[in-house]
Design a protein around this ligand. Structure first.
Ligand code: S3P
Length: 180
């Protein structure tokens, strides 16, 4: 029998700028669960910032560290996990996420995501390029079909993040009644 999803960990996936961390933190508060952010955990474990990790070890090593951190966090405790934007892309990490958590894709539109990341670009090594808009379009084209493999898709709400939190809770309940 598949485990009751209400007791499963919940992992938020999706592009940079969709609000995984803010929505995750508030969702955790509403559901009375602990919250973790995979980027923060990588920084804690390695003693480096994400940007520093990319610079010193490259993206491939970062993806390995990310997989290890996610595997460790998804030990069955019903946490809320905000993943880094690339975590759901490698097959192995996606397999772990889908097996051990209820995965929710926070799906953002180009303009909303671009507006949000432009405030915090120095923290995001993938957008430290000459044309961040073109890079974001490329990431969207490549990644959206992969994020679509999450258990649930929730288009982010316009306006305050709390609206997206409410949409996520409704979507989980709808998913539960469909799969009951
Ligand atoms: C990445 C997204 C970032 C961070 C790293 C790589 C990506 O996380 O993990 O810069 O590949 O999209 P956020 O989505 O939290 O910005």
């Amino acid at each position: 029998m598949s485990p009751d999803i209400t007791t499963r960990p919940i992992a938020l996936v999706g592009l940079m700028g969709v609000g995984k961390t803010t929505v995750g933190r508030r969702l955790a508060k509403k559901l009375g669960r602990d919250f973790y952010d995979s980027d923060d955990e990588i920084e804690l474990a390695s003693g480096r910032t994400v940007a520093g990790y990319f610079r010193d070890h490259g993206e491939a090593e970062f993806r390995k560290g990310e997989r290890r951190v996610i595997e460790r966090l998804l030990d069955g405790t019903p946490i809320i996990l905000a993943t880094g934007g690339g975590a759901f892309i490698p097959n192995e990490t996606r397999k772990i996420l889908k097996e051990k958590a209820l995965t929710i894709w926070l799906k953002g539109d180009f303009n909303t995501v671009m507006e949000r990341v432009s405030r915090n670009r120095e923290k995001r090594p993938l957008l430290r390029v000459e044309d961040p808009r073109a890079k974001m379009r490329e990431l969207m084209d490549i990644r959206h079909p992969i994020y679509a493999k999450a258990h649930i898709t929730v288009p982010i709400a316009r306006g305050p993040h709390i609206r997206t939190v409410h949409k996520v809770i409704r979507a989980i309940k709808a998913h539960e009644s469909e799969t009951a």
